[in-house]
Design a protein around this ligand. Structure first.
Ligand code: ZN
Ligand code: ZN
Ligand code: ZN
Length: 186
């Protein structure tokens, strides 16, 4: 099982810009198992609000109403390590809405779980895993492009459709910055 996972990660590296991805994952190290330990499964796209969310989180507040609804690829997102020119640090799961959100600013965006509060406290980062997410590299059959940062709610959302989901700050999400390319299972 472990061997198969390592092989799939190698396929990913070979299928894309090897030099760019080598900076993201230390796949060239003798201990190839290190790359397996450094990603987390169970990340999915929500087809109601369009964010990336962590399915094991019991708190699933969705800006589209109710809970997130998963669809499509089963993502495995890398964590740990250092920021590089093609991988951005300071991404975390929100404890209250399970959304992948950026915690690199003083402001914490808008969290759909906070609608009941009179003042919006933004996302609350679960710092158990510090995600470092690849961007501005070629997409492959095991890594999907079209993922962006929303400058209104600070979530990671899929920007590949004409509509832009449901942003907890109102309307659709608004893309800014890097073009993320996120790895998923076959
Ligand atoms: Zn949702
Ligand atoms: Zn949140
Ligand atoms: Zn948004």
């Amino acid at each position: 099982m472990a061997v198969r996972r390592i092989r799939s990660r190698r396929d990913l590296v070979l299928g894309a810009s090897a030099s760019a991805l080598a900076a993201t994952w230390p796949a060239a190290d003798a201990a190839a198992s290190l790359t397996v330990a450094n990603d987390r499964p169970n990340w999915r796209f929500c087809n109601k609000c369009f964010v990336m969310f962590y399915t094991p989180n019991p708190n699933q507040a969705c800006a589209g109403g109710g809970k997130h609804r998963q669809q499509g690829y089963r993502f495995r997102l890398p964590f740990g390590g250092r920021e590089t020119p093609t991988a951005q640090a300071r991404w975390f799961a929100c404890r209250n809405c399970a959304t992948m959100s950026f915690a690199g600013y003083r402001q914490r965006g808008r969290c759909p779980a906070n609608a009941r509060y009179t003042t919006d406290r933004g996302h609350e980062a679960d710092r158990t895993f510090a995600y470092v997410l690849p961007h501005d590299i070629p997409a492959t059959r095991r890594a999907q492009g079209g993922w962006r940062f929303c400058n209104k709610c600070m979530a990671m959302f899929f920007d590949g459709y004409p509509t832009k989901g449901a942003c907890p700050a109102g309307g659709g999400h608004v893309a800014q910055g890097y073009q993320f390319v996120l790895p998923h299972e076959a």
